[in-house]
Design a protein around this ligand. Structure first.
Ligand code: ATP
Length: 251
């Protein structure tokens, strides 16, 4: 589904990603861990087309298409979803109008008719139940006055509505409480299918108590320096990153 080859990216002339190689197949959940400042958020920003970052080398293919040539909105329409650490409030725009516009933008791109009012309402109802979103929240403006946990749940609701092929969840340093962590995790687990995939950026093993990753990667100094099964996250929880840093710096 996603193939990243030797990806280098920089910001203001400073190289942050220094040769990322990563393959994500349909049906897989990947956890991206790593010390502060190693480039985890930069990787999600580059994949979704944040214009602040410049790709200086490498290739990224998403379902056979050259991702780096696509505009950010087309990456979304192709099925990439980024859950933000700090979701923005959009006063004056109702959740229903926002979601309907987003779904129809995707449908137009796929050459489909706009979704009918009855299908849309049915979908809203089903997905609200799936992620246990309080029905009252969808009558309000997008994220306006939502608590941190409500915003997070709303992000997962949007993810459920858009049915992305690849979800990237950036939870770095987010100060999520244990309930919000569980919401994110349950959402990911419920939405997991054989034909979609998920990349979870996290500092905390505790998120991975709820989401079972198939593969865990450690990013350090802009490169993936270790890749293993879920046992790697447990080892990091126990031993920290120092031992990996030392090993890598000596290599
Ligand atoms: N606008 C910017 N200007 C200069 N440097 C930046 C900018 N944005 C990010 N960086 C630097 O890029 C490096 C990687 O940052 P990034 O946020 O990707 O790391 P991270 O692994 O997600 O870190 P954390 O775990 O602390 O969230 C850091 O050294 C950071 O200071």
């Amino acid at each position: 589904m996603l193939t990243i080859k030797n990806l280098h990216a920089s910001i203001n002339g400073k190289e942050i990603l220094r040769g990322i190689d990563l393959t994500v197949n349909a049906g897989e959940v990947h956890a991206i861990m790593g010390p502060n400042g190693s480039g985890k958020s930069t990787l999600s920003a580059v994949l979704t087309g944040n214009p602040l970052f410049t790709v200086t080398e490498g290739e990224v293919y998403f379902n056979g298409k050259n991702l780096l040539e696509m505009k950010p909105e087309d990456r979304s329409r192709e099925g990439i979803f980024l859950s933000f650490q700090y979701p923005v409030e959009i006063p004056g725009v109702s959740m229903a109008n926002f979601m309907r516009a987003a779904i129809n933008a995707h449908r137009t791109y796929q050459g489909l008719e706009p979704i009918s009012a009855s299908d849309f309402l049915k979908m809203m109802r089903e997905k609200k139940e799936l992620v246990e979103l309080d029905a009252k929240l969808t009558n309000r403006s997008v994220n306006e006055g939502f608590s941190g946990g409500e915003k997070k749940r709303n992000e997962i609701f949007q993810m459920a509505m858009l049915e992305p092929k690849l979800s990237i969840l950036d939870e770095t340093d987010s100060g999520l409480d244990i309930d919000a962590l569980r919401i994110v995790a349950e959402g990911v687990n419920k939405l997991k299918r054989d034909d979609n995939a998920c990349m979870v950026i996290t500092h905390y093993q505790r998120l991975l108590d709820y989401i079972k990753p198939d593969i865990v990667h450690v990013l350090y100094k802009g490169k993936i320096v270790r890749t293993a099964g879920p046992e790697l996250a447990l080892e990091l929880e126990e031993r920290g990153y120092e031992w990996i840093k030392q090993q890598v710096d000596e290599e």
